[in-house]
Each structure stands twice: as structure tokens, then as C-alpha cells.
Design a protein around this ligand. Sequence first.
Ligand code: ADP
Ligand code: MP5
Length: 235
Amino acid sequence: MTNEFPQALTIAGSDSGGGAGMQADLKTIQMRHVFATMVVVAVTAQNTLGVQDALALPTEIIDAQFASLADDFKIRAAKTGMIAKGGAKLLADEAITTVKEELSPLATLVTPNLPEAEALTGLKAERPADMVKIGQALQKLGPKNVLVKGGHLGGDQAASDFVLMEDGTSFWMTSPRIDTVRTHGTGDTISACITAELAKGVGLEQAIRTAKGYVEATIRDTIQVGHGPLNHWAL
Ligand SMILES: Nc1ncnc2c1ncn2[C@@H]1O[C@H](COP(=O)(O)OP(=O)(O)O)[C@@H](O)[C@H]1O
Ligand SMILES: Cc1ncc(COP(=O)(O)O)c(N)n1
């Protein structure tokens, strides 16, 4: 139905600190004027310093959430993901195989950071050119489009991400590197923004470019809360 208000879904873990995971997704989707629905798969005890504890929810209650949503909503775009930056791995090792073999081939877009991309491809990223090879290797796993996020590539003045599209075309998105440790939730925020834009019917390339601009603003426009969440009000 074309006159339905745009609705999106995030399948995510809860972050008690409110800055990453499901909460970052909800804040971002709301800011893009899209109705957010969510399937909670895990609960984490977390703040902007790190993850202190995590509990995966039983499959039955996860299935029940999907069933409830299917009975009521017209979801146009959905996202998932729960591997944190900085070595705090929120996904069991066996689950990485499932992501690689079963989930990735279903995705319109995958948006790994470099540690995630390395875990999925076995390739190391030391310079920007490596991100091109990693993008190509990821696309062979089956997702249509790939966004390789370069935030973890140190020693440069820029934060550059590489995008490889379904038709084989590619482009870089580069923004000035903001000198801060306050980047908790950036991965969730960029992918939630892309999801929200897709739910509105925006084309994929434009959705990705809008999301890069939004995440940059959320890092730049700091708020004094804890040790540093993003500012999801930034525009
Ligand atoms: N210090 C920074 N300044 C500006 N942009 C950044 C910075 N760190 C990360 N980004 C951007 O934020 C997004 C997420 O980055 P990244 O750190 O690679 O992924 P993740 O948050 O999943 O670990 C990317 O678009 C990246 O370019
Ligand atoms: C529940 C949950 N999900 C995902 C992340 C990833 O965080 P980031 O976007 O900073 O990599 C997180 N820290 N917690």
C-alpha cells in the first residue's frame, strides 16, 4: 500500500547505555521520520566504556516477536547485526559461520567494519587499497551490495568507506576524521540510517550517502553524557 507510513525493523541486542545496538537503531530511525519496530535478540549490560555482560534470549521469544510484527506491520526494510567494535565480540564463533553462509547471501547490503570484514574474509586491511579487495571478497559471499567501513584504519586524516554496488560500480565516501574516542554506536547508526532511508523508498546509493553524512554529524556534534555516546539529534 503506497500511502502507508514507512516502517522499518531492527533485529538487535539491547544496549543498557542507550548508545549502540537497538537503542541507536531506534533513535536513528525515529530521526529519519520512519516508524521503528524491533526484535530484541539479546540483552547487554553495557555503557559507553564497553560491554560488561550479555544474555541471548530464547529462540521462542525471538520467533514470537517476528510473528507479532508479521501480523500487523508493513515493514519495507530491516537490519540486523551484533558484533561490537573494539574487540568486544557479541557473536559466538559458530554464529560467524551462519552470518557468512546463511545470512549474508540474503542481504541487500552488508556494512562490516574492518575487524568484522577480516573475520568474514580472512583478509587483512592495512591500507585503503585492501578495502577494495575485501569488498570484492565479501560480495562473493552473496550479498548484493557491500559497504566496507574504514573507521578502524588508523593513521590517516580521513574516515573513508568503500562501497561496491550490485552492478560492479564502486565509490569511496571520505569525510574528515574527527579526533575523538566518542564513537560508540557508529556502526549501528550508519546501518539504521540506511535502513530508514530504504524504508522511505530512497535509492540505495543515496541512502548510503545520507547515512555517512548523518553518522559524521552524530560524532561531530558532541553531547556530555557518560564517557561518550553519539548525538542522535545531530543533523
Ligand atoms: N573518528 C571518526 N571520524 C569521522 N568518522 C568516523 C570516525 N570513526 C568512524 N567514522 C565513520 O563512522 C562509520 C562507522 O565506522 P567504523 O568505526 O568503521 O565502524 P563500526 O562503528 O561498526 O566499528 C564509518 O562511516 C566511518 O567512516
Ligand atoms: C547490543 C549491541 N549491539 C551492537 C553494538 C555495536 O556497537 P558499534 O556500533 O559501536 O560497533 C553494541 N555495542 N551493542
